[in-house]
Design a protein around this ligand. Structure first.
Ligand code: GLY
Length: 375
């Protein structure tokens, strides 16, 4: 295997690189050293990641003479909250982290979002490096500078755009994910093909099962292509005034399903996105925007990957179509009371619209509720 591959995120004075490949934890010192004003870093991580990978990261930093202080938070979505934000910021202040220093976010999307936000507000902004440890974080949340926390009013409602200085996506760490967590992250990978690159989706149809089974080179290539697509979109629309909303394909349905299942283990975020993508194609087909075969093709790929693809695959009771529609109304993509949807004119051809009749959404949900689980 050759060295890491690089995706550039050319955002003027906020430009950075995403480095992708195996062995990046061991190389972390060499990768980060050019950005340090003094040979010291502050790592914020969570217990599970710390147990599995912290020693490797610290050794990689120490190999270049970089010392590291560590703050370990509890795992789980509950960490993306005011109390843990406060604790992180207070710890960084106690540690006397200066404006010129670099904080390291080492974990999945929860840690990346929380630590990125802590860095955004500490001394009015210090730099941070993302070292994402889940597939979902490597292909989505670590890139693009969205940071923040959840509040009692909903998810991601408080935050800031704060771009990282560097992203190190070590594909070796994906080997320690459970199959379920890996496949949930894969929901976001498939999303990229579905929203903007039919060729990538066809590549995933051919290579997805082998990359899920552990093929390293295929994993690097899937992460690289997804991150390149994200970088292209973020450069066009950093603060989501337009095109960046395409990245929310499957999320309007997915967020409603996550809310309906109480953000619990019944449905992981990436699983909701995958089912949501299938429903977005159902809705697009119902509105005559894409071929009738497209939703089946989406589901055939999810099925080939061993993923959840229908509402019936979610254990436990769900609200009826009206109840799910009401939960969609809570989505933060509501503008002037109208839901914004990401629909598609075909595989790889998504677009943003606020022009979706509620009856069509209701009909898609009602049919999805009637569809029995696959054996
Ligand atoms: N995760 C969607 C975005 O970064 O815009």
């Amino acid at each position: 295997m050759t060295g890491p591959v690089t995706v550039d995120v050319p955002l003027d004075d906020r430009a950075y690189q995403v480095r992708i490949g195996p062995g990046l934890l061991a190389r972390a010192g060499a990768e980060i050293a050019p950005f340090l004003k003094r040979p010291k870093t502050w790592i914020i991580t969570e217990e599970t990641v710390a147990g599995l990978h912290l020693a490797a990261l610290r050794a990689g930093l120490a190999a270049e003479g970089i010392t590291s202080e560590v703050f370990v938070l509890p795992p789980g979505e509950g960490t993306k909250s005011w109390p843990h934000l406060t604790a992180s910021v207070e710890w960084l202040l106690e540690q006397k982290v200066e404006r010129g220093d670099i904080v390291v976010a080492f974990g999945g999307g929860v840690i990346g979002d929380l630590v990125g936000f802590a860095a955004a507000i500490l001394r009015r902004g210090v730099r941070f490096v993302q070292i994402p440890t889940t597939l979902l974080a490597q292909v989505d949340s670590s890139v693009g500078g969205k940071t923040g926390i959840n509040t009692s009013h909903g998810k991601n409602l408080v935050g800031a755009f704060h771009q990282p200085t560097l992203v190190l996506a070590d594909t070796d760490v994906l080997g320690t994910l459970s199959a379920r967590d890996f496949l949930a992250g894969y929901g976001e990978v498939a999303k990229y093909g579905l929203l903007g690159d039919a060729g990538f989706f066809a590549w995933l149809e051919e290579n997805g099962p082998a990359l899920a089974a552990g093929d390293d080179a295929l994993r690097v290539e899937a992460v690289r292509r997804a991150v390149q697509m994200k970088a292209d979109i973020v450069v066009r629309d950093e603060t989501e005034q337009g095109d960046r909303a395409l990245l929310n394909l499957g999320h309007t349905f997915g967020h409603a399903l996550e809310a309906a299942t109480g953000y619990s283990d019944r449905l992981l975020h990436g699983e909701g996105v995958a089912i949501g993508c299938a429903l977005a194609f159902d809705l697009s087909a119902r509105l005559g925007l894409c071929a009738q075969e497209d939703p089946s093709r989406v589901r055939a790929h999810l099925a080939a990957m061993g993923m959840r693809l229908d509402l019936a695959d979610i254990p436990g009771p769900l609200p009826d179509a009206e109840g799910l529609l009401a939960l969609m109304g809570q989505d933060k993509k509501v503008v002037d009371g109208r839901l914004r949807f990401i629909l598609a004119r075909g595989i790889g051809a998504a677009f943003v619209t606020a022009d979706v009749p509620g009856d069509a959404v209701r009909a898609v949900l009602a049919e999805a509720i009637r569809t029995p689980a696959k054996a």
